[in-house]
Design a binder for this molecule. Structure first.
Ligand code: FMN
Length: 450
């Protein structure tokens, strides 16, 4: 049985997963502006065996009727937040082996500042940093904020992403040969000019000529993750990603996505079993099943149709509350609804298949209640949750999960202490193969790509 990997899905903001729970008395998420809250969480994660703390990020927010949605603004659903990359050095100082994965959107800028920022983070964390590559959610809001005349079409964003990642990798891997950093005080030579190389890239979307100034870091290239499971998203993952975050909905659909990503990676000449594919997991764990279900009930009672619709619109460009609730999504869209050039994964998942009929708009609203962008859901006592995690992994071929907390640090601690400890006893957590995130994720020594 293969090992399982675990991260925590967080945002440097009050909400995870597009649901409403920061106002619950058990949650500490409203304290997110206080760095001590993150230090507490990171230390717990380091102690209990998580692989990494993951931060989602972006500039957009859910829009409805051409402006930020009311639910999003007042309840801070996927709105309001800070830059997570700046928090990482603080947390790295407080932890030993925990990795950090930060999301950064391609296509908004030139790859140069991103490459330098991640080189810096890799130095500051001693090789514990990863980059989650996304083409970005809420692209309608993003285009307006950045003053772009229109949104870049979905598939063009992915073509740009491929060039963006390739150029960033070239800065990290090709600019400085090993040994280029001489630091020879006697000779007064810091850099060996013979071992520094010019970048000469003349792409369709990005051009660069000259020298990349950031000295190589322990991993050189941060561990590359990717999220976004549309067809071009999977192709991008197959070309570049060492880890992939998929939207876990049903086991059957996830198993297909996992198999497809591995097939595409093999076609691209890569070892498909080296790619770690993970899905989001909302786990409410309590000492007893009854207690866990009571907590889930309290969380569910806080969710509304308005929150569901705001989030869905932000992700897909489709406002479910303006559609006929008795039609399926495909019918409603054919009848003239807004077809987004935004994310497609959350449209495709409701078009039917798996031998199931396509749900109506009303059924989608009900199904998404309390789900937001969350993946699989398990509510129970520690043994049940551990069993369910193993079952989901076996059925889907997933390599691990991102815990999506509902009640903030309380959930991170509970899952770590009660569930990860059980999975460790069952031999399902990999022993550390090195000190870097790449070694941890790959389960073999070697901090560098290749
Ligand atoms: C686990 C997970 C985490 C994600 N994190 C982000 C994120 O932080 N920022 C973002 O813009 N998109 C994130 N997304 C991906 C978006 O859904 C994706 O970038 C975008 O919507 C378009 O991609 P698609 O059409 O391939 O789905 C995440 C997706 C998953 C499954």
């Amino acid at each position: 049985m293969s090992s399982l990997h675990f991260g925590v899905f967080e945002v440097y903001a009050p909400h995870v997963g597009g649901t409403f729970s920061w106002a619950h008395p058990l949650s500490d998420a409203a304290d997110y502006l206080d760095p001590e809250r993150w230090v507490r969480m990171a230390r717990i994660m380091d102690r209990t065996g998580y692989d990494f703390l993951f931060f989602a990020d972006g500039f957009g927010y859910p829009m409805q009727n051409g402006d930020i949605s009311a639910a999003s603004l007042s309840a801070a659903i996927n709105f309001s937040g800070l830059d997570p990359s700046t928090l990482i050095p603080v947390l790295a100082r407080e932890t030993e082996g925990l990795g950090f994965v930060v999301t950064a959107t391609t296509g908004m800028d030139h790859p140069l500042p991103l490459a330098r920022r991640f080189s810096t983070l890799d130095h500051l964390t001693a090789g514990r940093i990863g980059w989650n590559v996304v083409t970005g959610a809420s692209q309608n809001a993003v285009a307006e904020l950045f003053g772009h005349p229109e949104m870049v079409p979905h598939d063009v964003r992915y073509a740009m992403a491929d060039e963006y990642v390739s150029l960033a990798r070239s800065y990290w891997e090709d600019s400085w040969e090993d040994g280029a950093l001489l630091r020879d005080a006697e000779a007064g030579v810091y850099i060996d000019p013979a071992r520094i190389h010019r970048t000469e890239v003349d792409g369709r979307y990005y051009r660069s000529r000259g020298y990349f100034g950031a000295p190589p870091s322990p991993q050189r290239t941060p561990v590359i993750f990717q999220a976004g499971t549309s067809a071009p998203g999977r192709a991008l993952a197959a070309a570049h990603a060492e880890g992939v975050f998929v939207q876990g909905t049903t086991p059957a659909q996830t198993a297909r996505a996992v198999a497809d990503i591995r097939r595409l990676a093999a076609e691209a000449g890569r070892d498909p079993d080296e790619i770690r594919i993970m899905a989001g997991l909302t786990a409410i764990v309590a000492d007893t099943q009854d207690e866990a279900e009571r907590l889930w009930g309290e969380f569910s009672a806080m969710q509304t149709d308005e929150i569901v619709a705001a989030l869905y619109a932000g992700n897909t460009g489709i406002d479910l509350l303006t559609l006929d609730p008795d039609l399926t999504l495909a019918q409603a869209l054919e009848a003239g609804g807004a077809v987004g050039q935004m994310g497609t994964s959350n449209i495709e998942r409701f078009l039917g298949g798996d031998g199931r009929p396509a749900p109506t708009v009303r059924q989608i609203l009900d199904e998404l209640r309390g789900r937001g962008t969350r993946g699989f859901r398990v509510v129970g006592d520690p043994d049940r949750v551990a069993d369910e995690v193993e079952r989901l992994a076996a059925e889907t071929g997933l390599d691990g999960f991102l815990l999506e907390p509902v009640f903030g640090t309380r959930d991170v601690e509970g899952f770590g202490e009660l569930v990860l400890s059980r999975l460790a006893e069952r031999g399902r957590l990999a022993p550390a193969a090195g000190t870097t995130l790449r070694e941890r994720i790959r389960e073999r020594p070697g901090a560098r790509l290749g």
